[in-house]
Design a protein around this ligand. Sequence first.
Ligand SMILES: *Cc1c(COP(=O)(O)O)cnc(C)c1O
Length: 386
Amino acid sequence: MEDPTLLDFRTRAIHVGGEKCSVTGAVVPPVYLASTFVQPGAGKWGDFDYSRSGNPSRKNLETTLASLENGCGALAFASGMSATHAVAMMLKPGDHVVAGTDIYGGTYRLLHKIIQPLGIEITLVDTTDLKNLEDAIRPNTKLMWIESPGNPLMTVTDIAACAAIAKNRGVLGGIDSTFATPVLTRPLDLGLDIVMHSATKYIGGHSDLLGGVLVVKEKQLYDQLYRIQNATGAVLGPLESFLASRGIKTLELRVREQCKTAMELATYLEQDARVRAVYYPGLASHPGHAIATRQMEGGYGSMISFEIEGDYEKASRVVESTKLFQLAVSLGAVESLIEQPASMSHASYDKADRLKHGITDSLIRISVGLESVGDLKNDLDQALNV
Ligand SMILES: *Cc1c(COP(=O)(O)O)cnc(C)c1O
């Protein structure tokens, strides 16, 4: 292939890491289900030896992702959480982590229930306020972990500014970029060291796989994370790797269309008297709108939260009444989903803490899929009337 760095994103999503099979000419690389590989000689190693250390199907996916995020390398994991855990495994007792208050619930649990008991300190700060972040960094801070847009209020964090702080203070800068996807934001270009995605979401895009990825800028960091992955073994299987690779070919098309529909739905909800507030970075009323416009290219994602007029019970009834929006956690796939954070994605928070974060009883979160905008609008309209 010609120099892939000269190709546009959409072309790279289809061709880099998706080369035809050199043996049969099959346009789609086969799925390599093999656990082990025959070696050229005793103590002589081929490109692949054992599938925990490397598998051609996983490698293809990693090659594509490294290209799309402009990284030096990528690693595919069994889930988003195992990818984040691999980053946390670089830490040692006595180290300190600064993370955002609105990080994914599973990351919150990982940091507080698994990492903190190892003697690693955790501080959560509102990363939309850069002074908070700067003040929270101590001499033993090793990792900054941010997320933008955040969950469930779609808070927007200034990635380039966070990266500059991390660099200046000698802290490793990582981001969970699941909501933004590499289509809209490329955090390595903005100066961060590590990008993580739950491939379960937009990258897979069809609600049919669980996976996670890390993409990094520097070879040394890649080697360190590769050693951790190989030693601990939470690798993505070949079938899931294949499905994720297949999903990526339409990633840009899907995300662009989903953003368009989400923008239209957010605008519709904002003018509706049954809705008290809408949280979507594409709306001028969103506090992170200006930063989002700068760091999200051509769209604001397809996650929307909104607060309805009414109580917990009313919000429960609304999420149970949609016909196209499926009542489920997760996000980013072709089918639209709806949920009530207070009773579902954020149910593990104690109530006072949840309210402090602005996650009210009447908050509803939707993941906008690829159905027609008219049908989705009608579905929300009838559900809001219950
Ligand atoms: C789903 C999700 C994760 C966790 O990914 P899994 O694949 O479920 O392990 C992490 N961060 C965000 C933002 C997510 O939406």
